[in-house]
Design a protein around this ligand. Sequence first.
Ligand code: OKP
Ligand code: ZN
Length: 347
Amino acid sequence: MITFHNDLHALHHGKLEMFRGAMVPCFEVPARVDHVLAELRARALGPVQAPPACGDDPIARVHARRYLDFLAGAWDEWVALDPANASRDAIPSCWPIRTFRSDVLPASFPARLGLFSFDAGSPLTAGTWTAARKGADCAVAAAQRLLAGDRAAFALTRPPGHHAGADFFGGYCFLNNAAIAAQALRDGGLDRVAVLDIDYHHGNGTQSIFYGRGDVFFASVHGDPRTEYPFYLGHADERGLGDGAGCNLNLPLARGTGFDSWRSALAQALQAIRAFGAQALVLSLGVDTFEGDPISGFRLASPDYLRVGEDLAAAGLPTAFVFEGGYAVAEVGINAVNVLDGFCQRA
Ligand code: OKP
Ligand code: ZN
């Protein structure tokens, strides 16, 4: 399987994130992708390439223009507020929640930073836009390979994407790479596409982007949002709206869930994707379901990820893997590549 590697990912390197009132070192670090890349090469799983530039259109098919304009200029605006800001990342501290207006674009940069985000844990840095933008290139390139007839492709990038909505960032995510890949598959001629999200955290951004649509099915296996981030979305009763009614499947599991129960939920998600009639699959590949993950609560072990890849291959669909979470840095390469390896062995 070909890998499209974001060679600019390290330009996004947050220093600190807000956690329980303290600023703590970021969990989402550049070394994550470096470990996956090293493991891919060690196992000779296929060629690794930089992606061709996809242009702005595939991104604008998913994200709002005013949000993209904001992201592209955000760092310069942040530094313009105060030259001393050049040495610290931009983190929002106010948000327009219920009863506030979001239709009026504030002139104030801190106000726009809050308007276009939902948490204080996702620092925006000098290189965030450049890194995220190239991640979209990887996602589109992976989709294009499926359209050209490949069985699978891997978008190896960070920052991750599945928490980012059409016009907001959060949960370490800025551009929704999986959604961009799914939309590229639709625009490339496929009628029915599925996104399956196996990251520990619910892919609220991806769900929200496709919630009213009947052409893209979204399924997710994740920590129960009653106790787990992102808290405000991801419940089992969210089944889609309007044209999208019945095209959203959430399978929340309790913190502490082990591989056998998790694998049953995966089987249920794949069965629903088959019933939907998907012609291709975008797989949001988070490996923060690992027992050693520092911010998550499932109990998958490294060899389990080989079985995950086999189960995904058995579904028989052309599959674009898009890298998401996984914060046990030393093991993230083994775990992510185990999924790809298991897939390739069974495909
Ligand atoms: C991103 B992805 C940790 C607080 C949790 C947000 C987690 C975002 C996960 N101290 N902060 O889904 O892996
Ligand atoms: Zn996650």
